[in-house]
Design a protein around this ligand. Structure first.
Ligand code: PLP
Length: 231
C-alpha cells in the first residue's frame, strides 16, 4: 500500500462516479481527512498532489497543522465543535467549518469572530440518518435553524454537511444523501439573505461514490488514502 497509489486509485473512482452521473469530476473537491495521522504522513500526501486537508479535533489539529512544511490550499474543520475550543480553532484559520449544529456554540463563534473582525464560512451539519448518536440538526428544523444562524453577521452559511448511515444497505445510505440534497435545493429556493447553498459535503471512504451520484461536491476521505486508522 502506498499513499501515492491510493490517491491515484481514488481519483479514478471519483472520475468514474462523476462521469456515470453526468458530472464534471473537477467540480468535486477531495477533502482529505488527516485525523490520527502524523505531520510526516500528511506531508507525504501533500507531495502527491493533495490540496485540501481536514481534522476533526481542535487539540490534535493545533499540534499538527502549524507544523506542516508542505504547502496546502485549505484546512477545514469537520468535527464537533465545543464552545471552549473556538478560540484555538480560530488561530488555525480554517477555510470552512463543516459541523455547525448548535445555536449557543455558533453564537459564541460569532462573538469571537466579531472581536477578531473576521468572517467565517460554515456549513450546517444535518443528521439525515435519524441516529441518536449522530450530531447534526434534524432535517425538519433546518430552515428555522438556518434562518436563525443567518442573522449572525460574522458567519457565512455556504451549504450543508451530513454523515451517511454506516450500514451495508446502499439504498439506506443513498436516502441519507438524497435527504440532504433535497434540503439543499429547498433552502436555495428560500433565498435567505446571507445564505449561499454552494457546498454539499457528503461521502466518506465507504460511501463517496453514492454521495457523488447524489450531488456531493465535497467528499471527505481518510481511510481510502491512508489505510485504516489506529486510535
Ligand atoms: C473520519 C471522518 C471522515 C473520513 O472517514 P473515512 O471513512 O476514513 O474516509 C469523514 N468525515 C468525518 C466527519 C470524519 O470524522
Amino acid at each position: 500500500m502506498s499513499i501515492a497509489n491510493n490517491i491515484k486509485k481514488l481519483n479514478r473512482r471519483i472520475e468514474a462516479a462523476a462521469k456515470r452521473s453526468g458530472r464534471d469530476p473537477t467540480d468535486i473537491k477531495l477533502l482529505v481527512v488527516t485525523k490520527t495521522h502524523s505531520v510526516a504522513t500528511i506531508e507525504t500526501a501533500l507531495r502527491c498532489g493533495i490540496e485540501y486537508i481536514s481534522e476533526n479535533r481542535v487539540q490534535e489539529a493545533e499540534n499538527k497543522i502549524p507544523f506542516i512544511k508542505e504547502n496546502f490550499k485549505e484546512f477545514h474543520f469537520i468535527g464537533h465543535l465545543q464552545s471552549n475550543k473556538i478560540k484555538k480553532l480560530m488561530t488555525l484559520n480554517p477555510t470552512l467549518i463543516h459541523s455547525i449544529d448548535k445555536f449557543s456554540t455558533v453564537q459564541k463563534l460569532n462573538d469571537h469572530l466579531s472581536q477578531l473582525q473576521k468572517k467565517q464560512d460554515i456549513l450546517i451539519q444535518v443528521n439525515t440518518s435519524d441516529e441518536e448518536s449522530k450530531f447534526g440538526i434534524k432535517p425538519d428544523t433546518a430552515v428555522d435553524f438556518i434562518n436563525q444562524v443567518s442573522k449572525l453577521p460574522n458567519l457565512n452559511i455556504k451549504g450543508l454537511m451530513t454523515i451517511g448511515m454506516f450500514i451495508a444497505d446502499e439504498d439506506i445510505i443513498r436516502k441519507c444523501f438524497l435527504t440532504l440534497r433535497e434540503l439543499f435545493e429547498k433552502i436555495k429556493l428560500e433565498k435567505i439573505p446571507n445564505v449561499e447553498m454552494k457546498y454539499l459535503s457528503m461521502g466518506m471512504t465507504n460511501d463517496f461514490e453514492i454521495a457523488i451520484e447524489e450531488g456531493a461536491n465535497i467528499i471527505r476521505i481518510g481511510s481510502a488514502i491512508f489505510g485504516q486508522r489506529n486510535y
